[in-house]
Design a protein around this ligand. Structure first.
Ligand code: PLP
Length: 283
């Protein structure tokens, strides 16, 4: 029988003295809700590429964040070299010029600031220019003209949804595919999961996504019949018409598994809503 887990008890594993100590210290200074509860609570001393290493020297393949977040792997050498270069810092400068003496004149390094807030730095402007150029070279990216930066995934989703809602006054319905993960805050939280979750928003309507059809490799080899999904969209279109503002989905349903986008056919040609000449805006 599965054992009940007491999330409040300190997490300890035999033979992990240093990690156990760090877990205890962490639990003393952090609220329990800060981290996603995981009974292993591995303590990483360092990470390299696709692997983490614990203080006790265990090598762990990284299945925690590699898929969704650390898509370059951990600490790529070239990335760090470029990062220091953009900041106008070199490892030699750091090693030679940092003076730990309090009040020392050279307590600071002449480098690009890490935050400019209501000012701007060249590296920020160049980052936007290069991102736009990169996007415009991609298929379908030619319309990318500006970059709205965000400090987290949830913030990016919130800003994108606000933008869509503001651009289309009166179009207040957001369609979201069920079991996606878009973050936990604000509208990003409201489009995450399904209608059964907490903190819903009346503007969000969940729709189905072909999950069952892609549930196994065997099933993925079968022809994909998307009729019922098309019908669901048709029904919503009849009900809501031009009240539909936007649709948010992700090919990797963070709350439900991986469903590669390549299985989906091209989007249908836009049609006017019933009883209106108005066209669905292609963007
Ligand atoms: C697809 C997707 N969107 C949004 C988010 C939310 O990002 P953040 O945790 O940075 O707010 C995540 C986080 O895993 C994500 O996987």
């Amino acid at each position: 029988m599965a054992q009940a887990i007491d999330a409040a008890a300190p997490i300890e594993h035999p033979g992990e003295e240093q990690s156990n100590d760090l877990r205890r210290r962490m639990q003393a200074v952090e609220p329990q809700c800060l981290r996603t509860f995981t009974p292993s609570l591995a303590v990483f001393a360092r990470s390299e590429g696709s692997y983490h290493y614990t203080h006790e020297g265990r090598k762990l393949a990284d299945f925690t964040s590699g898929v969704l977040v650390a898509n370059l792997g951990h600490n790529p050498k070239r990335w760090w070299q470029r990062m220091l270069g953009y900041l106008n810092l070199s490892a030699a400068t750091l090693a030679g010029e940092v003076d730990e003496t309090e009040g020392a004149e050279d307590e600071y390094l002449p480098a690009v600031p890490l935050t400019a807030y209501n000012g701007v730095t060249e590296v920020e402007v160049e980052a936007s220019e290069r991102l736009i150029a990169l996007m415009q070279r991609q298929r379908g990216g030619a319309r990318c003209e500006q970059v709205m930066w965000a400090a987290s995934g949830s913030e990016a989703v919130q800003k994108a949804l606000w933008t869509a809602l503001a651009r289309r006054p009166g179009q207040d319905v957001i369609l979201a595919t069920r079991y996606g993960f878009h973050g936990k805050k604000g509208l990003a939280g409201a489009v995450t999961g399904s209608e059964k979750d907490k903190e819903r928003d009346s503007r969000v309507r969940f729709i189905d996504f072909p999950r069952e059809e892609c549930m196994s490799l065997e099933k993925r080899k079968q022809p994909l019949d998307l009729k019922k999904y098309e019908q669901e969209l048709e029904t919503l279109w009849r009900e809501l018409g031009s009240r539909i503002c936007c649709l948010i989905t992700e090919p990797y349903l963070g709350g439900g598994g991986s469903f590669p986008l390549r299985l989906l056919p091209p989007p249908p040609t836009p049609r006017p809503p019933p009883g209106s000449e108005r066209q669905r805006c292609p963007d």
